[in-house]
Structure formats: C-alpha cells, structure tokens
Ligand binder design. Sequence first.
Ligand code: ADP
Length: 307
Amino acid sequence: MKRLNLNLNLTAIIVLIAVGVLLPVMLATAAGIVALVIADDAGGIVIGVLVVSFAVTAGGSALITVVLTGRKARLARRQADFVANVSHEFRTPLSAIRLYAQTLESGRLDDNPEETAKCVSTILRETEWLDVMIDQVLTWRASARDMLNLQMQTSPVADAVTHAVERFRSMSPPDELTLTAAVDTRLDVVHDGRALGAVVLNLLTNAAKYTGPVKHITVRARDEGESVVIEVEDNGIGLTPSEARHIFKPFYRVPRSDGSDSGGVGLGLAIAHHVVGRHDGSLTVESEKGRGATFIVRLPVAGGELV
Ligand code: ADP
C-alpha cells in the first residue's frame, strides 16, 4: 500500500511538472525563437534572448526536480523494503527459538536426553544467526556513515578465517553440507580479525544459501606473491555476468525466477566489499550461471606493494 502511494505521488508530480512547466516552457522557447527570428531591432533580439534563457532555466530546473524526486522515492522504497526484510529475517529465528523453548518447557522431552540436546543446539544455532544479523545491520549503519571503526593488527589472517569456518560449522545444521577448508597462509596482513572473519562468514552463509540441496563449499586461504588470497567456492546457482556486476551494491538481490526467497536483506556483500576495501584489498566473484560461484578476497601483504 505504501509502495502504491509512493508510486502514485511520483507519477502525479511528473505529470504535474510535464503539464504545468514543460508545456509552457516549450511554448515560451518557441515564442522566444520566433521573436529572435523576426526581430528587426536590438530590443526585439534582447526580448527573444531573455525569453529563451528563461525557458531553458525553467526547463532545466523542472528536469532536475524530476530526477531528484525520482531518487528520493526510490530511496524511500528501498528503506521500506529494508525494514520489512530485516523484520522478516529476525522473525524466522525468533519463531524457531520460541518453538523449541516451548517444547522444552512443556516437559515432553524430559525423558529423552538426545532430543533435548538437539533442541538446545538448535536454539543456540538460531541465537548465533540473530547475533550475526544484528552485527550486519550495525556494521552497515557504521559503514554507510563512514564510521566503521576497525581494530587493525599485523598478523597472518589464518586465525580469522579458521574462526569464521568454525563459527559457520556451529551455525549450520549437521549433515546439510560438506565444507572443505584449506587454510595455508603465513604472511602478515594489516587487518581487523573480527571484521575480516565476518566477511568470510558472510561469504560462507551465502555459499550455503544460494546452493541446492547438495551443498559443497570450499574455503581456501593462501599466500600469492605480495597478496594473501581467500576464496570461498560453492557448487550453487551461480550468477550471470550482469548479476555479478550488481551484487556488491547495497540492497541488490538477484530476483529468483521461481519467486522463492532464501532470506536476506541484500547488504552482506555490500558490507563485505566495503570492509575489504578498507583493508586496501579487493573482493571479486567468478561465476557461471548454474555452475557455482567463487568469491575472492585479495589482501595486500603488510609492507608489500598494494594489490
Ligand atoms: P543477501 O544474501 O542478504 O540477499 P548479499 O549482499 O549477501 O545479500 O547478496 C546479494 C545477492 O547476491 C544475493 O541476494 C544473491 O542473489 C547473490 N549472491 C550472493 N552470494 C551468492 C552465491 N554464492 N551464489 C549465487 N548468488 C549469490
């Protein structure tokens, strides 16, 4: 309903400007040109020039108004979508937590320690997801205001990557995927371990989200000349070249042809891109539609040339 109102308002403003401003502007321009053509003295020429200049200024202002109004409406729409998506994303783990907590409270599992343990680990897993999402929203807020406070240290990134892999394993239901990790990097990188870990965790959760029922994910970290390279590869739905060009933009989400939604607010990769950029590194993707994707983080070695 809100979106309908925004669209209607925008259309109304554009029609109003077209009829109320652009039409008179065109008439005035035509009149000015005619005045210039038929002018036979300096006074006529001055009037013609004034009329044409006035018309061009009014037309330009109207055009700028249309562009700015369109931008504002699009921003308001994206913000409304964002709030709706975030609320939805939070509700899903909260519902699961409530359900499992109620099951435990009912006492139905009192004699079944195995099921009780499963319930508890699901609650812990969902809590972890909530934590990650809250972190993501806060990081976005900070990075959008250019106030992301990174705690840089100089050391190999192996710990950050391994920690992200372990956290991801603890958040993923067992038996749902195979995750291979080959972390072999020893060179020092100036980095914020927590922020970099969040980047890797985001790439891992995406790899799991955008993959079919048989999920194979590989994480690699290695030294490569003056850079340290971290790769997250999946066997998922992949991306077309045009989708790949947009995925690092805030709020962008590839529309699913079957209308399904695997959850998310379209901020993870934008944040990851920003964070890697703050490390003087690059985040890129190599992919083919239907054949999986490999996200590549490239970071400069401390004291080496920039990547
Ligand atoms: P979110 O996952 O919350 O939608 P992201 O910023 O993390 O937001 O990702 C943006 C979009 O990029 C996703 O909506 C998805 O369409 C696409 N995407 C991200 N990772 C992958 C991947 N590993 N494989 C295919 N598509 C991906």
